[in-house]
Ligand binder design. Structure first.
Ligand code: SF4
Length: 263
């Protein structure tokens, strides 16, 4: 059994083809820009939801996150089999941090491979190396977040050191896995010349990097914070301009990385 907080069908940014993405609840990071604050706490949560009907506002309670078994999840995945097969898609496990529920994730990946699905794991990279080792044989593609290279800044903006994360990325590369790097681009946080150069320098030491995705910061998750009783730490954050994102993209491309803006 594990806790899932969302299922997205027809996902086109979480790996090749059209996919179904399963979101596992719980994350050991607390990134300032996180647009899924409902993913951070590992247990199901009760939150208040406001509905407007005929000019009146009604408040109702909803539970975010549900404890489910592997077979229940696989039934949902099976409904998308034709779409996945015809588009060259598959199933992606995301979060939160899916590795936080490592046994559940392993069972889901094994069940997916048994059915012949292409599998992706979208990870922050913060997990025990032995847990990565277990899922490697059943994971076709890793979507690996790389946020900030400077350890102190990483701690400031995510709450954790990046050492284990960088070690795990190297570990996957050494194990000849196919990896897509995902970089949230947050203005004045990680878009500096220095951070981009250090990121490129590190990635050039690795093998198996099939693509770099640049994910520009946006305000989408801001309104959710209040509902979850959390403080939004970037109320005045401005978005990166198209020109700035294009300039970062060119830097990666000039170093030979296939680079995309968006997932
Ligand atoms: S790693 Fe992802 S899910 Fe976890 S806090 Fe950061 S942005 Fe949110």
């Amino acid at each position: 059994m594990g806790v899932v907080f969302d299922i997205k069908r027809f996902a086109v940014h979480d790996g090749p083809g059209i996919r179904i993405t399963i979101f596992l609840k719980g994350c050991p990071l607390s990134c300032w820009w996180c647009h899924n604050p409902e993913s951070i706490s590992a247990a199901p949560q009760k939150v208040k939801k406001q509905l407007k009907l005929n000019g009146k506002v009604y408040t109702e309670e909803e539970t975010v996150g549900k404890e489910v078994g592997v077979s229940e999840v696989m039934q949902e995945v099976a409904r998308e089999r034709i779409v996945m097969e015809e588009s060259g898609g598959g199933v992606t496990f995301s979060g939160g941090e899916p590795m936080l529920q490592s046994d559940f994730l392993l069972d889901l990946l094994m069940a997916s491979k048994k059915e012949g699905y292409h599998t992706s794991v979208d990870t922050s990279g913060l997990a025990r190396q032995e847990d990565f080792e277990k899922i490697i044989p059943f994971t076709d593609l890793f979507l690996f977040d790389l946020k900030i290279m400077n350890e102190e800044l990483h701690k400031k903006y995510t709450g954790v050191s990046n050492r284990k994360i960088l070690d795990n990325l190297k570990f996957l590369s050494d194990n000849k896995k196919t990896i897509r790097i995902r970089i949230p681009v947050v203005k004045d946080v990680n878009d500096s010349e220095e951070n981009i150069s250090q990121t490129i320098f590190f990635l050039k030491t690795l093998k198996g990097i099939e693509q770099v995705d640049l994910l520009p910061y946006h305000h989408i998750g801001k309104s959710k914070y209040e509902r979850f009783g959390l403080k939004y730490k970037m109320p005045d954050q401005i978005e990166t301009s198209d020109e700035e994102i294009q300039a970062i993209k060119s830097k990666f491309e000039n170093e030979g990385f296939k680079t995309k803006i968006g997932g």
